[in-house]
Write a protein that binds this ligand. Sequence first.
Ligand code: ADP
Ligand code: MG
Length: 316
Amino acid sequence: MRARISLLFLILALSCSKEKYTKRTYLAMGTVVNITVPADSPDAADSAFLAIHLVDSLMNPISPLSDVNRINGNSGRWVRVSPYTARCIRRALEIAELTEGAFDPTVGRLVHLFHFDRAPDFRMPPEDSLRIARDYVDFRKIEVSGDSVRIGRGQQITLAAIAKGFAVDLACEKLDSMGVTGYIVEAGGDLRVRMPEGAKIGIRSPRGEGLFGVLRLRKGAVCTSGDYERFFYFRGKRYSHIIDPHTGQPVEGELSVTVIGPDATTVDALSTALFVMGSAKGLELLQELKSYEALFIEAEGVNMSPGFRKYLEEVF
Ligand code: ADP
Ligand code: MG
């Protein structure tokens, strides 16, 4: 699997002595995974990584044996999956409902047409194939019963916008269960922190190489969906790899959306959904979601929910 080195976040520094922590780096989910744990228990990082490796094998779009590919290969029929896959899909459906389909795992056919699952060779598909693929988008046709899943006949799902967050959460649950009380788990820029001293996290500026600002976080998750790492040009226009499920077209005009909240699963899926919704609708939704905050960097300017500001330590 091609590794995608993400610089969405740069973990700048821990405000504690560096010797207290150690960082191990791995490859999974098509990206780089960094796990920081106390220096006196470095092997905890390996145990946490195994959780991420498991989610990768269940949800990656490449291996024919992954749960996602078995579900897609048996559309219209019930498929027995891992309890983790069932849990992730249940959460995906809740977020699809909450965001009125701005996040929708049934965009699989569209993702495939644009080659978003085959970076970096993205392309604009012909209009008639787009129209057909769009007709299959409807998360309400996904059913989950126990550990079995059935999607609508002809539908294809993707968990690309939630699986990294889910994997990070599973790794953190593992560390919590081992009694580890200081860690950062980061997969391709999606991260979750538990650091009594607080961790400084840089938010990349969506244009240029610099930072937009720096966050400080003690406990919680941060994920960004951006148009600057995975995008393509068609007839002089720039398109992101995030699709508006209602139109079947890639989102335009949104540069990046960063979300903070208690768990990485929700934060990952929400960052994708809010990227589709834009700041006007997105900020309305955030008023209902007390524990989640977001920063929108758009072509027209920067907007954030009132609570986001308290995490921002510096803005450049
Ligand atoms: P990244 O993978 O860069 O972290 P995201 O978490 O936003 O970014 O996930 C984007 C990926 O999710 C796309 O590459 C595509 O495979 C899939 N996707 C695109 N649009 C949607 C959508 N509206 N809902 C759910 N999944 C989507
Ligand atoms: Mg996401």
